[in-house]
Design a protein around this ligand. Sequence first.
Ligand SMILES: O=P(O)(O)OC[C@H]1O[C@](O)(CO)[C@@H](O)[C@@H]1O
Length: 246
Amino acid sequence: MKIIEVADYEEMSRVSAQIILEKVKSKERVTLGLATGSTPLGTYKELVRDHEENGTRFDHVHTYNLDEYVGLTSSDPESYHSYMCEHLFNRVSIPLDQTNIPNGSAEELLQECLRYDSLIESIGGVDLQLLGIGQNGHIGFNEPGTSFSSKTHVVDLTPSTLEANAEYFTDLSKQPTRALTMGISIILQSKEILLLASGEKKQDALFHLLRGEITETVPASALNMHGNVTIIADSQALKLVNSLGK
Ligand SMILES: O=P(O)(O)OC[C@H]1O[C@](O)(CO)[C@@H](O)[C@@H]1O
């Protein structure tokens, strides 16, 4: 696993955007796995800035998001569909029919999970998967205890994840408690993985990922079984790792 230690969130965002841009420019058709949450916002901002200043094109890019809340329609302002349109898709002119996000308002959620898996399996895994990490070590919305062989599935969000994401909901009584998430085995099909972590709140999760056992109790530890993972983390997120010796 390659670890790039950076000073802060801004540097993490610049470095990760650079890696994504290299991939975007590397071939005629590029598939990206994308994440939501607060971590990748700076990266998306850098991609938008580059698009505006340097005209980098995204019309050959196909995207596959990790997850979506159950019960929110794509037009719901609090859905991950809306998040992606607002922060990236509409601002770099990716054709929307080339973007894929699980449909959290599908009537048949199990069918939707199968549909999503076959989409990703049909391309043989994405070229580059961007990941954040939850304070409890989740990747996507794969909560502690999720099987490493999981495919896309419906998940009951843990109290710690609900609490960490509460700030994004104006009316907490409407915060979804379930989500659809790409499973761990699907994430591991990615040809290359880029995980971002910033801030002290992520130091335990990063410590378990980098120094702990490979265990389903820490979903991110599955990344140790993948041969091409880069972690970009700031000093705050690496505090525990560094204080206990490299
Ligand atoms: O980036 P945040 O907001 O700390 O969230 C951590 C992770 O949890 C999620 O919100 C759940 O998918 C991811 O989008 C994110 O990578």
